[in-house]
Ligand binder design. Structure first.
Ligand SMILES: Nc1ncnc2c1ncn2[C@@H]1O[C@H](COP(=O)(O)OP(=O)(O)OP(=O)(O)O)[C@@H](O)[C@H]1O
Ligand SMILES: [Mg+2]
Length: 296
């Protein structure tokens, strides 16, 4: 059965998209079948993996984009998956096993006046369409914006696990705290739409520190995060095994460059990709390996 995992923090810009794209790529390189769903109307993950030219074509019409599954009779999730999404200049497949559900700017229409089916919220529609395809995957990853509005709710409702990317600062801690409160509210609101086969509502299972500057000491922000995590664990508001990941991702220029190149960091430089080297590629690999172990 696919592990369904949402990455979210109520603090923006902490590295949710960079982490999820590079972890998805690392998992695909391990031979896992991975589906990445982009729930952010900014479409950062989609633009990154499709590159601007391919993404522009979808954005121009909205055809094949996530929002189309919420328009009655237009499309189903299974129809809009882009298989083996990463392509080279000649259209060759560079990373078999990494599929994408792409998003375009029209996803914002889900938030405002969207009515859809008044008896079925968007998250229930998404979840039932996902259930039809999830057996094809080992990992289904949800890149969420820093909120739990309608698009994000689709990921939170369908997920079984939640991970919180964080920077070593006070705002990330506030973002995490706010997230746990909002999660509780959303899960109780959505409870009547959960079926037995879906399993339990997802709680936070891990915090992943990102963008750590070389030589910086993050012990104090880490300790504060651990204290908050302990409080939430005692109150049973996060998962019983929730922890701060041992692996963390350093701040590295190549992460920003990778976006421009339209490739995950693991595919940018073969020199960087040597196993065992002390670099950001291996930081992502270690986070991916720890994520795999979190299940065991
Ligand atoms: N490890 C890193 N090293 C250097 N830059 C990074 C790293 N991780 C992320 N960044 C940069 O930080 C910025 C924010 O990252 P990203 O878009 O992944 O955050 P986000 O949490 O998804 O943001 P949003 O809340 O807008 O969705 C980007 O410019 C990204 O390139
Ligand atoms: Mg993002």
């Amino acid at each position: 059965m696919a592990r369904k995992i949402a990455f979210i923090n109520y603090k923006g810009g902490v590295g949710k998209t960079s982490l999820i794209v590079n972890i998805a790529a690392s998992l695909a390189m391990l031979g896992k079948r991975v589906l990445l769903c982009d729930f952010d109307t900014q479409s950062n993950a989609s633009i990154w993996l499709l590159k601007l030219e391919r993404w522009n074509k979808i954005n121009a019409t909205g055809e094949g984009a996530l929002f189309s599954i919420f328009e009655p009779g237009v499309a189903q999730l299974k129809d809009i998956i882009i298989p083996d999404v990463i392509e080279g200049k000649a259209g060759e497949k560079l990373l078999p096993g990494l599929d994408l559900i792409p998003t375009t700017f029209n996803l914002v229409d889900l938030e405002g006046d969207y009515v859809g089916d008044p008896t079925r919220p968007a998250y229930a529609i998404f979840q039932s369409q996902l259930a039809a395809i999830e057996s094809k995957y080992d990992y289904i990853l949800f890149d969420c914006p820093p909120n739990i509005l309608r698009a994000s709710q689709c990921g939170i409702f369908s997920a079984n696990e939640i991970y919180v990317p964080a920077n070593p600062d006070a705002l990330s801690l506030i973002g995490f705290t706010l997230l746990v409160e909002k999660l509780q509210k959303f899960h109780s609101l959505a409870a009547s739409f959960r079926t037995a086969s879906m399993g339990n509502a997802a709680h936070v299972k891990g915090i992943i520190f990102n963008s750590i500057k070389t030589g910086s000491d993050i012990e104090v922000p880490k300790m504060r995060m651990q204290l908050r995590l302990n409080q939430f664990k005692s109150a049973k508001r996060v998962g019983p095994t929730a922890k701060i990941f041992e692996a963390q991702v350093r701040d590295a220029m190549i992460v920003r460059r990778a976006v421009t190149l339209g490739l995950p960091v693991v595919l940018v430089s073969q020199d960087q990709a040597q196993e065992g080297q002390d670099n950001v590629v291996n930081d992502y690999r270690k986070v991916a390996a720890e994520l795999v172990r979190q299940q065991e």
